[in-house]
Design a protein around this ligand. Structure first.
Ligand code: GAP
Length: 482
């Protein structure tokens, strides 16, 4: 990450705190690493993104239904899913600094340095070698690669490394009051398993026919060793996942379908296509036969925001085996029973919030009429997911203007999230709304009393126009349509 990129991220973090989007968890106790809380505007933004995803998955697809499964699951779930045996990262410790690193992150960081020094070929070769070794779980080879490239610890500056070890990312806790191994349960590291174990319940109760999907949003937990980049990599985070159950043999076409469909969802937020790219997985997760990331160009470079995975029948077959319960589907068209294959779409809600904050944040230089310059910090959040849609601002606190404004507030609040404020100059109030990303403000002035018109001010262009009070709701609603 270059200085400017880091500055940009630091500005976004500071802005997110100052304007009530995101706070460090338990900040008064100096925080908890890689755990964050959402403030008044952050929680609205998060909810709006979640709702938009939920609507586009369920309401817009006749063959996708939602569920809300528990975070705790019977621990055999995690044996069957392969998470107990396989959900781990290769880690290495520096003996001098006592710092622990994910091996791929350490090597990638070094490759970024090579890129910055214009050693492009060397960086490419290094990453290629790393990917090949990761694919084979060749930890001795990876250690040799680190040594051969003289990769040092960013803290101690030494290459005094331990051997590479696997580290399981699941958090465990005890169920009930007796602390023994039999009572050990896990905080789910993905929401997907709650969908798999409910596959037949949902299929039967909602009378679903293949192909069909089950969607879910909810918290997931991972004991990330290197938690970095604000809400990009957290230990407690939220996922929005959908498992699409299909006939075996049709996985390639459905994989392509969901790749396209999901990218389209991102673009429907009004974000430029050049900010996105696909990245095929080289090292596949233990359950996948194909996988691709949708990456976004964050201030620290292109990074994964969503994964599309072809999970075969891995999960259902294993749950069938471990539970001794039949998880087959009878396909009336083929007149046979089979275990469906699955295409999964899995997106991080917190990463989507960071994506929207990164996309939206701008420090705009404004040229004034007298040629002097001013700056404003504005969040160009897509209007339909903005925390507040409309700010209602009487020009003064007197002369009957607040009464008109309150009436407008009471009408509009039924339709979308509004904000009422009468303190400070109108310029200051506009700036505060720009900073939280409110796309529209209306101002009620003395003329409003005469002509029943108000001034509508647009966040992005700062243009203003007079509109009738009676048509405010309709005009704003038109802008909020996706
Ligand atoms: N069920 C499949 C699955 O969990 P994943 O690629 O490990 O796949 C899916 O995670 C998405 O969850 C990622 O694309 C990312 O957006 C989000 N995610 C994963 N780990 C995260 C973390 N530590 N913090 C925030 N988001 C995370």
């Amino acid at each position: 990450m270059s200085m400017t990129d880091d500055n940009q991220l630091q500005k976004i973090i500071a802005h997110a705190k100052e304007y009530g989007f995101i706070f460090q968890s338990s900040e008064i106790y100096d925080g908890l690493s890689a755990v964050y809380d959402y403030g008044p505007y952050g929680s609205e933004l998060k909810k709006n993104i979640r709702d938009y995803w939920w609507k586009s998955m369920t309401q817009m697809h006749n063959n996708i239904v939602g569920i809300d499964a528990a975070i705790f699951m019977q621990p055999t779930t995690w044996k069957a899913s392969g998470h107990l045996a396989n959900f781990s990262d290769p880690l290495i410790d520096n003996k001098d600094s006592k710092k622990r690193y994910r091996v791929d992150h350490l090597i990638e960081q070094f490759a970024e340095k090579l890129e910055k020094n214009n050693e492009h070929e060397e960086a490419r070769t290094l990453l290629h070698e790393m990917e090949e070794l990761l694919k084979q779980d060749d930890f001795d080879g990876l250690k040799t690669l680190i040594e051969k490239n003289k990769i040092t610890c960013p803290i101690s500056g030494t290459a005094n490394w331990t051997p590479i070890r696997q580290f399981n990312l699941m958090f465990s806790t005890q169920l009930g009051s007796v602390s023994d191994e039999a009572n050990e349960i896990y905080l789910r590291p993905e929401t997907a398993q709650g969908i798999f174990v409910n596959f037949l319940n949902v299929q039967k109760s909602a009378r679903m026919k293949i192909p069909f999907g089950i969607a879910q949003t909810g918290k997931a937990f991972r004991n990330e060793i290197v938690a970095r980049q604000f809400i990009f990599r957290m230990r407690e985070f939220e996922q929005m996942e959908m498992q699409f159950f299909i006939q075996p043999g049709t996985q390639k076409e459905w994989y392509e379908y969901w790749k396209k469909e999901r990218l389209q969802w991102h673009l429907s937020l009004g974000i430029e296509a050049t900010k996105y790219r696909f990245h095929d997985h080289v090292k596949l997760a233990h359950y996948a036969d194909a996988a691709v990331d949708i990456e976004y160009d964050f201030p620290f470079g292109f990074k994964e925001v969503e994964g599309i995975h072809s999970r075969t029948d891995f999960d259902l077959s294993n749950h069938q085996k471990f539970s001794n319960k039949k998880l087959t589907y009878f396909d009336p068209e083929l007149n046979k029973h089979y275990i469906p294959y699955v295409i999964e779409t899995s997106i991080g809600l917190d990463r989507m919030c960071l994506l929207i904050l990164s996309h939206s944040y701008e420090e705009e230089i404004l040229k004034k009429e007298d040629d002097s310059v001013d700056t404003r910090t504005v969040m160009h959040i897509p209007p339909f997911i903005a925390p507040i849609k409309l700010a209602i601002l009487p020009l003064t606190k007197k002369d009957g203007l607040p009464e008109i404004a309150r009436d407008i507030f009471d009408t509009c609040k039924q339709e979308f999230r509004c904000f009422y404020e009468e303190k400070d100059t109108i310029g200051k109030r506009y700036r505060r709304q720009d900073a939280i990303g409110t796309p529209f403000c209306i101002t009620i002035d003395h003329q409003s009393k005469e002509d029943q018109m108000v001034t509508l001010r647009y966040r992005d262009s700062m243009k203003q126009e007079r509109i009738p009070i009676s048509s405010i709701t309709q005009i704003i609603q038109n802008y909020l349509r996706v």
